[in-house]
Write a protein that binds this ligand. Structure first.
Ligand SMILES: NC(=O)c1ccc[n+]([C@@H]2O[C@H](COP(=O)([O-])OP(=O)(O)OC[C@H]3O[C@@H](n4cnc5c(N)ncnc54)[C@H](O)[C@@H]3O)[C@@H](O)[C@H]2O)c1
Length: 389
């Protein structure tokens, strides 16, 4: 069966989804951007068969089997509800919704339909992060004591930088943490098997005002340009540019995380280290072809040519040929589409072997990150330790 996909949104990540859908042997039958004109302009760019007038029309169309939600965050919940109610499988970008409570409601709705639901927390699909997880699973590290790291970017470092993510009505109350801190937390919880159980956080809005220009675009190469008047207009900023978090896990480890979108020179530095009693493992997303496996007596660099079976399952290009972000998306989408082609295996697999098989992240995983985000905001507001729901 050729799975027929529709993509709501036509910006940076929509193009990545379109590529991954085709690599999964499916076809992109439709796309919808914010206006009919923008949908028309986007269709050739993402290789879609048809431009839909609106995302709402696309979500319920008989022409699609699965909806990919790649719009600004505030639209995720409504589009997911519409698509599930119309019997469509859904791949929704993170954050699944703007709060933990609403994300939980979407988890329940999806479960009641039996449809495939997935969220591209795609750093789980790098062979080296899978390898890190496997080293933990084989108990090479010993009891885990510390989990720490950071996720740093610089694309919002200047007052001229802006984006729809800055506006809480469109991006949500949390910006830096919901946007990228969520990826870090999902990844380290998935690798370590620990869950962040309580945390204390300090948020920082380093730029109190930003230019109104660029409010709608991410990379500047998207489909929407700001009006010229926006060049000089200033807007007040309420969402955070940076966050520092201390946390404890349900299995007795402690941790620390720095998240920032204002760190000059850091383009997408997702870095973590997990320290066990015997060994540590660390990963640097800007140099992702190796892992450092630390030890008191012997420290090894593990390269992408000597991996365990779970990591090799997705390791589709030989070492020396770098594995990229789009490859993570392609591997994720291949798993999701296998489940769409055989939803019974998806339901059974989720129940039986979630630990052994690198099952793709679902709405439940995204709801988990939304609860952590809620706890970060609550802790920063109350200046206190908060338990994560
Ligand atoms: N998983 C990841 O690694 C990852 C990476 C980047 C972005 N994302 C997520 O993907 C989503 C999109 O991010 P982006 O960076 O592609 O943003 P972007 O600004 O590049 O694109 C947003 C797109 O949404 C469209 N849009 C706006 N309003 C719309 C509407 N009413 N109906 C239909 N389309 C509408 C715009 O036309 C634009 O094409 C966000 O939720 C973001 O958090 C995830």
């Amino acid at each position: 069966m050729t799975v027929r996909a529709g993509i709501a949104g036509a910006g940076m990540v929509a193009a990545v989804h379109a590529d991954a859908i085709r690599r999964a042997g499916a076809s992109v039958v439709g796309v919808a951007a914010s206006t009919p004109e923008r949908s028309k302009a986007a269709a050739p760019r993402v290789g879609a068969g048809r431009a839909f007038d609106s995302a709402e029309e696309l979500a319920v169309s008989d022409e699609i089997d699965v909806l990919h939600v790649c719009t600004p965050n505030a639209l995720h919940g409504p589009l997911v509800r519409a698509a599930l109610s119309a019997g469509k499988h859904v791949v929704c970008e993170k954050p699944l919704s703007l709060t933990g409570a609403d994300s939980e409601a979407l988890v329940e709705l999806a479960a009641s339909t039996g449809l495939v639901n997935a969220v591209p927390l795609v750093y789980r699909y790098h062979p080296m992060t899978v390898e890190a997880r496997e080293r933990v699973r084989r108990d090479e590290l010993g009891p885990i004591r510390l989990i720490h790291g950071h996720y740093l970017q610089d694309w919002l470092a200047r007052p001229e930088d802006n984006n729809w993510r800055v506006d809480p009505a469109v991006g949500g109350a949390s910006r830096a943490f919901a946007d990228i801190g969520s990826h870090w937390c999902d990844l380290v919880e998935w690798i370590s098997g620990h869950r962040i159980s309580e945390l204390t956080a300090a948020t920082q809005t380093v730029l109190a005002q930003r230019s109104a220009a660029g409010r709608e675009t991410f990379t500047g190469s998207g489909d929407e340009s700001p009006p010229e008047s926006a060049e000089t207009e200033r807007i007040a900023v309420t969402t955070e540019d940076a966050v520092q978090v201390l946390f404890r896990t349900d299995r007795g480890a402690t941790g620390a995380l720095v998240v920032s979108q204002v760190s000059p020179g850091r383009k997408n530095r997702l870095w973590f280290e997990i320290d066990g009693a015997e060994r540590s493992v660390s990963y640097d997303g800007e140099n992702p072809e190796s892992l450092l496996l630390g030890g008191r007596d012997r420290t090894e660099i593990v390269r992408r040519d000597a991996l365990s079976e779970p990591a090799n399952r997705i390791n589709a290009v030989p070492a020396g040929h770098p594995w990229g972000y789009r490859d993570c998306f392609a591997a994720f989408t291949a798993d999701v589409y296998a489940a769409i082609r055989d939803p019974r295996a998806f339901a059974e697999g989720a129940e039986t072997d979630a630990q052994a098989v690198p099952a793709f992240p679902t709405f439940a995983d995204a709801a988990r990150t939304a609860h952590i985000t809620d706890a970060v905001l609550a802790s920063a507001a109350h200046r206190s330790w908060i338990e994560v729901s």
